[in-house]
Ligand binder design. Structure first.
Ligand code: SF4
Ligand code: SF4
Length: 111
């Protein structure tokens, strides 16, 4: 599996040395190329945690899904709206399914 980065959407998160997707990748797999766009070093090293997918503010990163989950050629995108994350399942036939997952803050008021 792994992810793909859409060059027409990625703006490198501005001029900062470290972009948002670079910051959250636990495997340090993402870097910025000479055109100030995100690239993945080695797709074989990606373990599909989806951290970069959720973090990208421009929905420029898509994660490939196994056939068993999304069907052949399907990908997953995410849009973090603060109180919820909208997950988009893009299928090979061009159809899109959306799933809204609420972000909840859990805390123990006795602490
Ligand atoms: S977070 Fe998104 S816009 Fe920013 S560098 Fe990564 S892919 Fe590009
Ligand atoms: S899915 Fe996880 S491991 Fe793979 S590139 Fe994104 S942040 Fe890194």
């Amino acid at each position: 599996m792994s992810v793909k980065i859409n060059k027409s959407l990625c703006n490198g998160c501005g001029n900062s040395k470290e972009s948002r997707c670079m910051r959250v990748c636990p495997g340090n797999l993402i870097y910025k190329n000479k055109d100030n766009q995100a690239e993945i070093r080695d797709k074989r090293e990606c373990w599909d945690c989806a951290a970069c997918v959720k973090e990208c503010p421009r929905q420029a990163i898509e994660m490939y899904l196994p056939v068993e989950i999304g069907g052949r050629g399907s990908t997953l995108q995410a849009q973090d709206l603060g109180d919820k994350i909208v997950w988009k399942l893009n299928k090979l036939d061009g159809s899109v399914e959306e799933f809204n997952i609420q972000n909840k803050l859990w805390f123990n008021s006795n602490l």
